[in-house]
Design a protein around this ligand. Structure first.
Ligand SMILES: Nc1ncnc2c1ncn2[C@@H]1O[C@H](COP(=O)(O)OP(=O)(O)OP(=O)(O)O)[C@@H](O)[C@H]1O
Length: 334
């Protein structure tokens, strides 16, 4: 078997709040292979973006502590000096941010921003860069690329800005890409164009992709494997078919069960009763999902839940999945 492109081991990302550190990513172990899309799903606040920012080295170092390993092509890039990381980021790693406005420089035109990435990370001449900028804007479905290249971010709609962010992220055909909710702000037609683009990138360049999304339709359509995150931890990892056909962890089952139609395509994750606790209030021992399934007996939970391989390639945290059932008002034992 080939080595994974990205191999994260026991990653713990903690934020300083007042004088203490609180882990938003807690003991995460996962891998992404070349030519593979790993989807990460979970409610708001479960730590998906904190994980993505850790991989990309984008957290504020003064207020964040990163422990564990983030091995990219066999080299641990956790806590790499900023200069080395910047180079790696533009050369081989790409990130599509959730919020296109904060990702773009308001003082530079769209064309200048894309061109800057090419200038910093390729040997292209000014003419070649200009050509590539237009090619990229075309690729992400921007109608008049020549005209748009000369516009500033505030002159564009949210959807157009998001496409520019994607153009920057894929400008140098990254080997590894994180797409954090890449299509949330886009209408359905553009959404499917962008998803096609990501798939093409994966197949053409062998790119390994982490796709963070709330949209189970996107997961079903795009992912090879899926990691489900709850309260800073991965609670289940498996291939996409097993996730939809035989989900195990109560949290995964609740996410899938909360989609109104049996056909998950286009379905969004609905709110499960209760909320993800805030960082300071996260239970740090025992099953973190326990409080949201109070009808399941205490004895069903492991004292120190670990992510265990329960079937080949299918990992689940905590033993409570064995006894889990929905309460009557949620459809009983489905
Ligand atoms: N810089 C920070 N300082 C302190 N706490 C933070 C910081 N960034 C995130 N958090 C907290 O860490 C937890 C995880 O946040 P994160 O943004 O990673 O969640 P998420 O799963 O990406 O949510 P969403 O889907 O809304 O983007 C939350 O409790 C959040 O409030």
């Amino acid at each position: 078997m080939n080595n994974p492109l990205l191999n994260i081991e026991n990653l713990k990302t903690s934020f300083r709040i007042k004088d203490d550190y609180y882990a938003a990513v807690d003991d995460v172990t996962l891998s992404v292979n070349p030519n593979e899309i790993l989807a990460i799903v979970g409610e708001s606040g479960s730590g998906k973006s904190a994980l993505a920012f850790s991989i990309m080295g984008l957290h504020n170092k003064e207020r964040t502590k990163i422990e564990g390993q983030i091995n990219y092509k066999g080299e641990n890039i956790a806590n790499l000096p900023p200069k080395q990381l910047n180079k790696l980021r533009g050369d081989e790693l790409g990130m599509i941010f959730q919020d296109p406005l904060t990702a773009l420089n308001p003082l530079m035109t769209v064309g200048e921003q894309i061109s800057e990435t090419l200038l910093l990370h390729t040997k292209k001449t000014a003419d070649e860069r200009k050509k590539r900028v237009i090619e990229l804007l075309n690729l992400v479905g921007i109608p008049r690329p020549d005209y748009t290249a000369g516009q500033y971010p505030h002159e564009l709609s949210g959807g157009m800005r998001q496409r520019v962010v994607i153009a920057i992220a894929i400008a140098n055909e990254p080997t590894f890409l994180i797409a954090d909710e890449p299509t949330t702000a886009l209408d359905v037609t553009i959404q499917s164009q962008i998803l096609d683009l990501l798939r093409e990138l994966k197949e053409k360049m062998n790119t390994g992709i982490i796709l963070i999304t709330h949209d189970l339709g996107v997961v079903a359509e795009m992912a090879d494997r899926v990691a489900v995150m709850y309260a800073g931890q991965i609670v289940e990892v498996t291939d996409v078919n097993s996730l939809f056909k035989a989900p195990k962890h109560p949290y995964t089952r609740s996410l899938l069960n909360s989609v109104p139609s049996a056909d998950q395509k286009g379905g969004k994750l609905h709110v499960i009763e209760g909320i993800v606790p805030s960082l300071q209030n996260l239970p740090r021992t025992g099953c973190r999902f326990k409080a949201r399934i109070p009808w399941i007996s205490e004895a069903a939970h492991a004292d120190h839940p670990e992510l265990l391989e329960v079937e080949p390639g299918h990992f689940v945290r905590c033993t409570c999945y064995k006894d889990f059932h929905f309460p009557e008002h949620q459809g009983g034992n489905v």
